[in-house]
Write a protein that binds this ligand. Structure first.
Ligand code: PZK
Length: 302
């Protein structure tokens, strides 16, 4: 399941919850340089730990949600998808074939609500990524306008560091920097217009772009609970950390006496009990069904 062999593909890389492959050319047996296979696993992470056991169907739910968002965003930005069906049977539903692009060396983040690293910056000096914000904002406050808050792509296991807009311009040039900023903000705005009607707030999101003929192409996954903070709209109350739409049961259980785990001890967290796995699975499916208006159906396994 992690970076496992897939016949006809070469494993390239595994992140915490996803795996990347290159299709092999059947004629030569060598890896193709123009396409990739992105495979989402059912693994889940919280508090920077990979947890056990996996959440059944999580990879498929997030893959199908991302594909749905690519369609919702198609008038704003082209995307890297080649096929969601021409994939090996054992990863059907949770894998996508994509065009292999030159990726921007920047994590493109936009924030519509203030929390996490953005809140820390605001509390230090009233700015987020160089943008002056009004006084009196608190954890969970909606921002007057979404703000582009880019960060570095840190190596696995390290944390992304905030980048100034000038650093993005220096890294990719002023034209691509402006396109990345404007598209990232437009994607989050469109996401929130759609999600708001379905009772979900998207506090912030991280997107990745590739470059093709001087234009940006939306890559990776988009507007999923793994790349974004989803909050239940009916529980939104600025002034304290908001409950997470998908991981609330996991975090609540891990920090409760029932888990007997100290998140600051450095020790690995204990395995999640069945009821936490089942409720978390239900939340991922609920997010998919509320956003898309479609019933989630797991692909038949082979
Ligand atoms: C690419 N990642 C992150 C994703 C992983 C790691 N279209 C593309 N072209 C070239 N490179 C990438 C993409 C995309 N998307 C994405 N790293 C490289 C990533 C999924 C699983 F292990």
């Amino acid at each position: 399941m992690t970076g496992a062999e897939l016949a006809g593909y070469q494993h390239l890389y595994s992140g915490k919850v996803r795996d990347l492959y290159a299709p092999l050319d059947p004629a030569t047996g060598s890896p193709r340089d123009d396409e990739l296979l992105l495979v989402a696993s059912d693994r889940i992470s919280a508090f920077d730990f990979a947890l056990e056991p996996a959440i059944p169907d999580k990879g498929a739910v997030l893959t199908q949600l991302s594909l749905w968002w690519f369609d919702q965003l198609a008038d704003l930005v082209p995307n890297h998808v080649v096929s969601a069906t021409d994939v090996p049977a054992e990863v059907a539903g949770r894998a996508v074939r994509v065009r292999r692009l030159t990726m921007l060396p920047v994590e493109c983040v936009a924030r519509a609500y203030l929390t996490g690293g953005g809140l820390r910056e605001y509390r230090a000096d009233g700015h987020v990524s160089g943008v002056r914000l009004p006084e009196g904002l608190t954890d969970g406050s909606q921002l007057p306008e979404p703000v582009f808050t880019p960060s570095t792509k840190a190596p696995q296991g390290e944390h992304d560091e905030p980048m100034s807009y000038a650093e993005v311009e220096a890294a990719v040039g002023p034209d691509l920097a402006a396109m990345a900023r404007d598209l990232t903000v437009a994607i989050l705005k469109r996401g929130n217009e759609i999600a708001a009607e379905r009772g979900i707030l998207i506090a912030d999101t991280k997107v990745e772009f590739g470059v093709e003929d001087g234009r940006l192409v939306l890559a990776d996954e988009v507007l999923t609970p793994d790349s974004s903070r989803f909050w239940p709209a009916d529980e939104w109350e600025p002034g304290h950390p908001q409950p997470s739409f998908d991981k609330e049961y996991v975090r609540e259980w891990l920090t409760s006496p029932a888990s007997a785990w100290d998140k600051d001890s450095g020790a690995a967290p204990p395995p999640l009990p069945d009821h936490v796995v089942e409720r978390t699975r239900a939340k991922y499916i609920e997010a998919y069904e509320r956003l898309t208006g479609q019933t989630f159906r797991a692909a038949a396994d082979h």
